[in-house]
Design a protein around this ligand. Structure first.
Ligand code: SF4
Length: 157
């Protein structure tokens, strides 16, 4: 019997052990790793903020006033807590995520909850947590990629 074929999926790199969070920590989620393996899904790790050109550790950032869609459409910005405009880096990271999905034929992404890049259900606008996706999640969804919100940091029971 041949081994089951693995299906590539995009995964926020911090969810599978990379120390790429803004504060230099990880959100490693061992339950997610277990679930991916059980479903035959092969993680393709990606950190949009690092790939967009930002360093780790880095200043926390949020969408300035409206939404990720407005950022992608050029009507809003992403700024750090010190007021630096990092919109270009966030958009580059989002575009890189979609390019990686297309290169691997990826149709699903597991993304870290509440991130201004990766958040799928909630993100930060104007320094507050609001409903709506981050910049990378919004860009992937526009392209028809399924995005799944993952809390992170879960241990196996
Ligand atoms: S949530 Fe996304 S942008 Fe933030 S550290 Fe994880 S992979 Fe990188």
């Amino acid at each position: 019997m041949s081994a089951p074929q693995s299906v590539p999926v995009l995964v926020s790199a911090c969810l599978i052990g990379r120390y790429c969070r803004y504060d230099g920590r990880t959100n490693r989620d061992r339950v997610l790793e277990q679930d991916l393996a059980a479903r035959g899904e092969q993680a393709v790790p990606y950190c949009p903020e690092e790939e967009g050109g930002l360093a780790t550790p880095r200043a926390p950032a949020w969408i300035e006033s409206e939404s990720a869609a407005a950022v992608l459409d050029g009507r809003d910005r992403v700024i750090t807590d010190g007021g630096r405009d990092v919109t270009a880096e966030f958009i580059a990271g989002a575009q890189g995520a979609l390019a990686l999905c297309r290169a691997h034929g990826i149709q699903r992404a597991y993304l870290k909850a509440r991130s201004p890049s990766c958040g799928t259900c909630q993100t930060h606008v104007g320094g507050a947590l609001v409903q709506g996706p981050g910049v990378t999640a919004a860009h992937l969804r526009r392209a028809g990629i399924e995005t799944i919100d993952v809390e992170g940091k879960r241990e196996q029971p």
